[in-house]
Write a protein that binds this ligand. Sequence first.
Ligand code: SAM
Length: 275
Amino acid sequence: MSRKARINLPYFDELLKDFQEGRTEVIKCFGNHVHWGYWEDPATADGSVEDFEQAAEKLAQKIYLAGQISSNMRVLDCGCGFGGTIASLNNRFTAMDLTGLNIDSRQLARARELVQSKNQNHIEFIEGDACELPFADNFFDAVLAVECIFHFPSRQRFFQEVWRVLKPGGTLAISDFVPRQIVIPIAKTAPKLVKKLGGSYYGRVDLNFSLGDYHKLSKNIGFKSLVEKDITSNTLPTYPVVERVQKKGEKELSFASWTSRWGILRYFIFSYQKP
Ligand SMILES: C[S@@+](CC[C@H](N)C(=O)[O-])C[C@H]1O[C@@H](n2cnc3c(N)ncnc32)[C@H](O)[C@@H]1O
């Protein structure tokens, strides 16, 4: 199967079309970061795209700070989207070696156009699969995967690859949608159900990995846990904005919104260290 056929992320086809058509609300929400927002105090969210834009930036910062990132580091951002997290690191830190990796060359082309290196940073965007990292062993100080691990072919394979490319003492920081253990049997059938109802906008999404699975996986690999934080309530103001701005994917979105509000599907930030 060709790489193109394996990508299958219809929401990115739509986003790129929307950008071309100059839909400013979509560009504001997803032209830079393609992930949910983070509100320290969700009651302050005002539902505007400008507010969402800031909250999306805040989420990227929350995740990379959980990975203890600072200046002078060599950092890999897996599933880098349009380079929003790399841009944020580029603005905030100096003398960084920043690499964004993505399976979709169209997103990389936009990232290269948008993100120009500054602060003595070096930036590269590379096409590749997060589960087959094209890098040497013990190479990076930190690896990030912001809201994308559920698309990867295997979380276990990704963790193994990250362990391999991290230097000793290096960190991994990610965010993920985590179902409660009790609903895993339902979560396993949910994608089929959603697809039957006509929803396939987000492509292949695996929402079956519980907190217990994360504990087992990180322990088996050898990672030390640094941060494990449930930020579901801080992300909830995302839904009304995305529901308004996005033309498609209503079924998946209302499924995620409903299950998140009821605490069935939780949004977590995790970070780990390779001892
Ligand atoms: C929800 S978007 C998040 C993008 C970016 N991390 C951000 O926060 O703005 C998911 C990203 O994962 C990428 N992706 C999906 N499968 C991948 C894989 N196997 N290897 C690398 N990237 C992948 C997609 O192309 C997309 O950019």
